[in-house]
Write a new protein. Structure first.
Length: 152
């Protein structure tokens, strides 16, 4: 089923533009300091996309699958979800910026967007525990350790 790989990766939901509900968050990801913009609206969109059992299971499956991802039919088979329903759920996750997709011949492959996942986690824990990050325990180091190569 090989063929030319056509990228369908778009600009992530969490791009550099600033708007009224955005705030700049400094975050350490994989040993480097990045400044990126996360909006309340983008966080709500991502969390809403994950707020469905099939979508949450698909996202977790793709996080475990790694950067090479899986074909939509393979995800549907693995989760025992009808393929058309799975395609609908994968599109929702992609619109929310949590997945990336690309075409490989006749197949569409999906993979977790690890950078956007880490940005969401950083946004959620930014003001952790009123300035007492020790209350959050190991959450921050765990989020920064999760890379596309080893987060499974």
């Amino acid at each position: 089923m090989g063929g030319a790989i056509e990228s369908r990766e778009g600009v992530g939901q969490f791009g550099p533009q600033m708007g009224p509900s955005q705030k700049r968050i400094p975050c350490i990801l994989q040993g480097s300091l990045y400044n990126f913009v996360m909006t309340d609206d983008n966080a709500v969109s991502a969390l809403a996309a994950l707020a469905h059992n099939d979508r949450l299971r698909a996202f977790r499956t793709l996080v475990r699958a790694g950067p090479n991802g899986m074909a939509s039919g393979e995800i549907a088979d693995h989760l025992q979800v009808p393929p058309t329903r799975m395609s609908f759920h994968l599109a929702s996750l992609e619109r929310a910026g949590l997945l990336r997709s690309w075409r490989d011949g006749r197949r569409i492959l999906y993979a977790a967007s690890y950078d956007d996942m880490r940005r969401l986690l950083a946004f959620l824990t930014e003001d952790c525990c009123s300035g007492n990050p020790e209350i959050c325990g190991e959450l921050a180091p765990l989020a920064s350790l999760c890379s596309s190569d080893d987060c499974r």
